[in-house]
Design a protein around this ligand. Structure first.
Ligand SMILES: Nc1ncnc2c1ncn2[C@@H]1O[C@H](COP(=O)(O)OP(=O)(O)O)[C@@H](O)[C@H]1O
Ligand SMILES: [Mg+2]
Length: 370
């Protein structure tokens, strides 16, 4: 690996707060210029890990390297990092220009050079005419852009962002996601972005580390995480997933044959590198299932009969919930509304048949309690 490949190296890092292990033996690398996200539910250790990168906390065990340098003896203000927080940490008594210039004042820069930097930053955040406004005269999105500009003018090698869009409403957040991604491409700085919102992480990131309980479960691109999760926890956290527990009873050239008690046998396409275990769960996404109100048996597909228990109309798609005796939860099916039917037939309470292709499902190890 070149140094750019492991621009940030996290090696065996743990963080203990008393008896609580907030971060548990984490090791991975982040590439130079990458938009890298830490994704996981609240309390899983994302902020703690980010704060260790920033130098606001130090690992109890392990070492962090940035651009080849060990960080254990480097104070926060000497690190090539800068942090943007969820709350708008900009100074209310300073106008936009003064806020952006703040971090440059301590450097040996001429007043005119600072003015130039501020102009460029204002262009970057698309607020060239807002320089003399005060924070209270700005919207939440604009304030967050100013916080970003203030961090970016300092030209950090790494920008650390802790749920920076968390306080914005949904529409604005979606706009800002695209803007932030665009801005990151323009400046080429390595971004480490923390979020608990899976859609946000999927939209923006080159790669995502999915975290739970202080550990990293999987690091991959958005599509790999969605199509090829390695465990039940990741599969259920990224999007929604149906699970059918069973046992592998045989294999053919193409498929694993899984027996799921009274539900019968299912075929799941074999994949390279997948480890065959006896106890497994079949995982299939709602949108990969076809629902029919008449008995169907598409060639080579898995079919399961059930009773529709609920139906939700979401405008662009329909969600159906079908009790097929697969466990405590009904099977979720999503169907895109790509033809204008005018009226949605109500199948709640009716028998329905679900079908999916072997290659639309994957096998995951069956873990306890999940
Ligand atoms: N300074 C601290 N002292 C004690 N416990 C902490 C401290 N900071 C975080 N924690 C605990 O560490 C765990 C991880 O917290 P955090 O990293 O903030 O999670 P996240 O950002 O993923 O929501 C939580 O249980 C939290 O309560
Ligand atoms: Mg946090």
């Amino acid at each position: 690996m070149t140094t750019d490949e492991r621009f940030i190296q996290i090696e065996g890092v743990s963080k203990l707060f008393g008896a609580l292990r907030a971060v548990h033996d984490i090791s991975f690398t982040i590439r130079k210029g990458e938009f890298f996200s830490l994704l996981g539910p609240s309390g899983c250790g994302k902020t703690t890990l980010l704060r260790m990168l920033a130098g606001f906390e130090y690992p109890s065990l392990g070492e962090i390297y940035i651009d080849g340098q060990p960080m254990s003896a480097v104070a926060a203000n000497k690190r090539p990092t800068n942090m943007v927080f969820q709350s708008y940490a900009i100074f209310p008594h300073l106008d936009v220009r003064e806020n952006i210039a703040y971090g440059l004042k301590n450097r040996k820069m001429s007043a005119s050079a600072i003015e130039e930097e501020v102009d460029r930053a204002l262009e970057l955040i698309m607020m060239p005419t807002y320089g003399h406004r005060r924070p209270h005269q700005l919207s939440g999105g604009q304030r967050q852009r100013v916080a970003l500009a203030r961090a970016l003018v300092c030209k950090p090698k790494v920008l650390l962002l802790d749920e920076p869009l968390g306080a914005l409403d949904k529409k604005l957040r979606e706009e800002m996601q695209l803007e932030l991604r665009q801005l990151q491409r323009e400046v080429g700085i390595t971004f480490v972005f923390v979020t608990h919102d899976q859609e946000e992480a999927l939209t923006m990131s080159d790669r995502i580390a999915v975290m739970a309980k202080g550990r990293v479960l999987q690091i991959d691109t958005a599509s790999q995480l969605y199509e090829e999760p390695l465990c039940k926890e990741v599969a259920g956290f990224i999007g929604s997933m149906n699970f059918i527990d069973g046992k592998v009873v045989s294999t053919t050239d193409e498929n694993y044959i899984v027996e799921a008690g009274p539900l019968g046998r299912f075929c799941v396409a074999r994949r390279e590198g997948s480890v065959l275990r006896s106890s497994v769960t079949i995982a299939v996404r709602p949108e990969k299932i076809t629902v029919s109100d008449t008995p169907v048996a598409p060639r080579g597909e898995n079919v399961i009969k059930g009773k529709m228990t609920a139906h939700a109309y979401l405008g662009d798609r329909n969600h159906y919930y079908v009790d097929a005796g697969t466990g405590s939860k009904p099977i979720a099916v999503a169907k895109q509304n790509n033809v204008r039917t005018g009226r949605n037939e109500d199948l709640v309470g009716c028998d329905v048949w679900l079908s999916w292709k072997p290659e639309s499902s994957i096998l995951l190890p069956l873990t306890d309690g999940g």
